[in-house]
Design a binder for this molecule. Sequence first.
Ligand code: ATP
Ligand code: MG
Ligand code: MG
Ligand code: MG
Length: 482
Amino acid sequence: MKTAEIRKKFLEYFQSNGHTVVASSSLVPGNDPTLLFTNSGMVQFKDVFTGKDMRPYTRATSSQRSVRAGGKHNDLENVGYTARHHTFFEMLGNFSFGDYFKHDAIRFAWTLLTEVYGLPKDKLWVTVYQEDDEAFGIWRDVMGVPVERIIRIGDNKGARYASDNFWQMADTGPCGPCTEIFYDHGEGIWGGPPGSPEEDGDRYIEIWNLVFMQFERDVAGNLTPLPKPCVDTGMGLERIAAVLQHVHSNYEIDLFQGLIAGAARETNCTDLQNNSLKVIADHIRACSFLIVDGVIPSNEGRGYVLRRIIRRALRHGYQLGQTKPFFYLLVKDLVNEMGAAYPELAKAQSRVEQVLRQEEERFVETLEHGMKLLETALSEIALTDPAPSAGTAPILSGTTLFTLYDTYGFPVDLTADICRERHVEVDIDGYERAMTRQREQAKASGKFKMAEGLTYSGTQTQFEGYEHLECVATVLALYVEG
Ligand code: ATP
Ligand code: MG
Ligand code: MG
Ligand code: MG
């Protein structure tokens, strides 16, 4: 089943069950200036869940374009490393605004997966929140899932990708337990069932997450049952497509084949398995759709995230030997794959190409020089540092990170990503110090301007400015509402 057909079947199924099909909203959230990007299907319905906004329907379904490359959800560091993460993906969802609750939500999901899509039941595992006996009972008694495949998950187990199975919109407001559905891709792939120490692997892949908004949390942390509980679900289109197309990785589905072939064509790469091709294929989707939705590369906020993704794609092209602008040439391949589902993409094709091309031309000039500097630094580390032992990896200095950023336009996460591939760590503290020094010098001379609120920590780039803003906005809203 092609991806387009899977999307269509999902929406039709929920439509035939009384849901209104709602178009995907923009990647730039219209109702929430503090959120970096639309990162799930529920974003456009936020105010409907809290009762601030009323709609003429109580059941909705959508296929929402989503980006997770900054802010609270950031999967940029996972792209190229897992089989299931993208920066841009489509989230299929069904929503109940005070209409049906757990029983029907679980029944809809199970029926769609096992009857409409015809998945074998014995490959499906489910998790519930540890205290949610109601959901546990529905899975066991109504859907007939054997108890060995229903796993209770607690608040946060600390694993890298661990789901905590208790969802909350913010520190206060609607919240409640989740239930997730996993697919077992089979032996030979590293990973264990949810809740096991190996769950971060890619054997058991989460395909669908059902959130039951059941409580309202107040400032003191007390939970009060909501008078009208709601349902919010999300299933990654590419993940369910991988399952239905009998492939393991999202990058092997039909939609990605065209993009990977395009990336191979433009970089003259003959090995279609090359990891860089997957990263480029992922990034062309995120970058194009961000531009469609009005984001342009810049040095701050959303524009800087876009710039960072573009530059990452370009350095992968460079790694494959392509030193000229090539990325913009993949827009036509994307339009081939997704233009029918997203006419706005087809319409914006030449604008997207133009924006990307301009950005590429800017960066290719410094990319090569920066890469040479980095290679020299990396080979010097290899010469001077003893082989890594007892958990000590060689470290790239903060000064080099800073020079690459400041002189060659290498966002620090880009350099860190290259280092990660070479098993070299980066001195982020040293980089921050160099940055502070420069900022102070520039302040003194009165001419420095940079992306404020942008800090880098470890392997995750976090926009603490936005996170902070989200927090402030929540607190403010709370006081306004009394
Ligand atoms: P994971 O644990 O695998 O990172 P998640 O729990 O963060 O996924 P949710 O926030 O529950 O994901 O989002 C709902 C669904 O959207 C997931 O079950 C998955 O199918 C899909 N999804 C989430 N993140 C991504 C991503 N980066 N790329 C592709 N699909 C995704
Ligand atoms: Mg995740
Ligand atoms: Mg998860
Ligand atoms: Mg989840």
